[in-house]
Design a protein around this ligand. Structure first.
Ligand code: SAM
Ligand code: SF4
Length: 353
């Protein structure tokens, strides 16, 4: 583990998480666990990730403490709990409630595979959860079982419905397009429109534990668009904001209820070209792994052990300083496709997607 030297070039005197490329990280992703109820082939190995020793994983109180510190001292404006599968933590509701109590105005989001969510969506909303993204790549049960190595599609579909019924709005559904599921992309969109959830496709990245990803095999944003266009008429609708990675497409003939404006508006589908249309120049993320290390970029292996600083008793100012120094060294982008691209050592499930 290396800590970038914050003195070269000189870091401006700001409490915020700035880097040498002029970006400011405002969006915190916290991985809560390496455990998962599924084994998606583009993410986890069949046997799951090596277990993190219990005493190295952040406790409920440590997660809440570090999130509150990031919000209070470092300018973080949104936190997203992820993993692994965050629902595997039985204390997830307590983590959300603790974060809500410590940070009343902070949006708290969850990225989940939706397995078992039907039993917890209401409790999570009551605890203070404000946003949710549920990952689902296909509504074909056989395809789902093949690519996740688990036959759990019915549970996920019930989880999506429970999230809507619990009042989470919008419910976003993230799909990684794969060769095996590309032809079914219009079915997935038809299902999302019928359920009233916002579908976004996100290109597969070289973050699978099995290291099978290849640039030639991956499904591109352009191919997703072509597949959806076989059944739907799509019109480009820009991005939600310049830092938002999703390019939106309006779906002709379909509307959705907008709670903000209290009006019907055209339904949209998002397509995120993480590989072919990199948005690294606008990246505003900072990441905390389940072991409490700060990772400035999905694709950068440098990690800074802020949990270690916290546990040493050095105090919040020292934790904040270590976090700032880690982010100052953030790399420019992922460089996939470049001659010097190197896969990160950890897979997506181990970093926290
Ligand atoms: N288990 C939760 C879930 O699946 O939503 C949260 C963790 S998962 C690592 C977060 C997101 O990363 C999911 O939407 C998943 O599809 C995505 N993901 C995993 N591996 C990926 C890869 N190689 N390329 C792109 N996205 C990936
Ligand atoms: Fe588990 Fe999420 Fe990775 Fe799938 S993408 S294996 S659900 S952590």
């Amino acid at each position: 583990m290396t800590t970038p030297d914050p003195a070269t070039p000189r870091r401006p005197a700001t409490p915020l998480l700035v880097d040498t490329f002029g970006r400011t990280a405002r969006d915190l992703r916290v991985s809560l666990t390496e455990k998962c109820s599924l084994r998606c082939t583009y993410c986890m190995p069949e046997e799951g990730l090596p277990p993190i020793p219990e005493d190295r994983r952040m406790t409920t109180d440590e997660v809440v403490h570090l999130v509150a510190l990031a919000h209070r001292e470092l300018g973080v404006r949104e936190v997203r709990f992820t993993g692994g599968e965050p629902l595997m933590r039985q204390d997830l509701e307590r983590i959300v409630a603790g974060t809500r109590a410590a940070c009343p105005a902070l949006p708290i989001a969850l990225t989940t595979n939706g397995v078992g969510l039907e039993h917890r969506a209401r409790g999570l909303v009551e605890a203070g959860l404000t946003r949710i993204n549920i990952s689902l790549d296909t509504v074909n049960r056989a395809e789902f079982a093949e690519l996740t190595r688990r036959d759990r599609l019915p549970s996920v579909l019930r989880g999506v419905r429970a999230a809507v019924e619990a009042g989470l709005d919008p419910v976003k559904v993230n799909a990684v397009p794969l060769r095996a599921t590309l032809a079914g992309a219009p079915d997935l969109l038809a299902w999302a429109l019928a359920e009233g959830v916002q579908l976004r496709f996100i290109e597969e990245m070289p973050l699978d534990a099995d290291q099978r990803w290849s640039r030639g095999e991956m499904v591109t944003a352009a191919e997703v668009l072509a597949s959806l266009s076989t059944r739907f008429e799509l019109t480009a609708a820009g991005r939600e904001d310049p830092a938002a990675p999703a390019e939106l497409w309006e779906v002709a003939g379909h509307t959705t209820w907008d709670t903000g404006t209290r009006r019907e508006r055209p339904a949209t589908v998002g397509i995120i070209g993480t590989v072919t249309r990199s948005f690294s120049a606008a990246c505003d993320r900072t990441r905390l792994t389940a072991e409490g290390t700060v990772r400035s970029c999905l694709f950068g292996d440098d990690e800074t052990d802020v949990l270690g600083v916290l546990r040493s008793g050095a105090g919040d100012a020292a934790v904040a300083q270590a976090w700032r120094a880690a982010m100052w060294g953030k790399q420019a982008g992922h460089g996939i496709g470049g001659t010097r691209f190197a896969r990160p050592r950890r897979s997506m499930g181990a970093i926290g997607g």
